[in-house]
Design a protein around this ligand. Sequence first.
Ligand code: PMP
Length: 360
Amino acid sequence: MERVVNFSAGPSALPLEVLERAQSELINTRTSGMSIMEMSHRSKIFEGILQEAKTRLRSLMNIPDSYQILFLQGGASLQFSMIPLNLLQKDHQAAYIMTGSWSKKAYDEAKKVGQATIVASSEDDKFRSVPDLSSLKLPENTAYLHITGNNTIEGTRISSLPNIGDIPIINDLSSSILSEEIDVSSYGVIYAGAQKNLGPSGVTIVIIREDLIGHAPKSTPTMLNYETHSKADSLYNTPPTFGIYMINLVLEWIESLGGVKEMEKRNRHKAGLLYDAIDQSNLFKSPVNKADRSLMNIPFTTGNDELDKAFVKFAADRELLELKGHRSVGGMRASIYNAMPVQGVQRLVDAMNEFEKTHA
Ligand code: PMP
């Protein structure tokens, strides 16, 4: 069977080369005579793979030595709790920028742990934009500022950071990690679920500045304390070994193409193709404020539910799948992460033009 063009928001398409490589090694990984899934996490081979993945990520993202890379479980959603459990001290408050459903969930979890405040929000604009953060002022007792760098559902991104001095910025990059160059040293913590730009679901990457580790209260459950995973080099308990193996292959694939700089170039080109098609169309519209448009998740609509449905079916008939928008936003959404080839986006643009000719 031919592979389809998969616009899923996550878990999402993986590079075909990576899947083929995993297939070829599946029953005998690195001449061990066993699959990576059957191998002890304390084995030399697995420990080697874990170190390779860390070294590759450090080099691809230019992660300074003063940051640790952790491979955790529980999804980005568990980070919504681990962040305040580890970083929100008594008598301090956590500041949240509200830019969509995921930042709302992060904020709701922080409130369960301590004092959390919304310091900027685009909810009044139905999250079709992100707030201007240029003059953001935070109270002195702010433990950290949490942002959602790319809003998977709403299709927006935060492109410039506020100047808040020494207060660490925590960035949920679940849907845009490795898609464009960023300066890791601007952040206290970066976290991302793997299932969009990194590999299969089940692994969460946490990049954390070392001085932020070791401040959780003694009552913090062992598994929820960053210090546990930092001290054990992500091997405190059995990690998601197959997921980490796949991440290593994806990172190798990114390296082979020229790194994050090249990914960004490709992603800007792909997103440009689709936004141009939307902007030039008399039928399709983007609900998102132009300056805040995501490079990864692109919602669009005809403004008519029946026509939207008809387009999703029209596209599916052409093997362009998973284009139905999130239930909270409606319309369509094309998620075009690193693994989406430019030809996939071009096929979508062609289908939009063809549909418009017969339905406008
Ligand atoms: N944050 C963002 C920005 C997301 O897109 C998602 C998942 N789509 C999550 C958090 C939650 O991730 P997980 O399902 O890994 O818990």
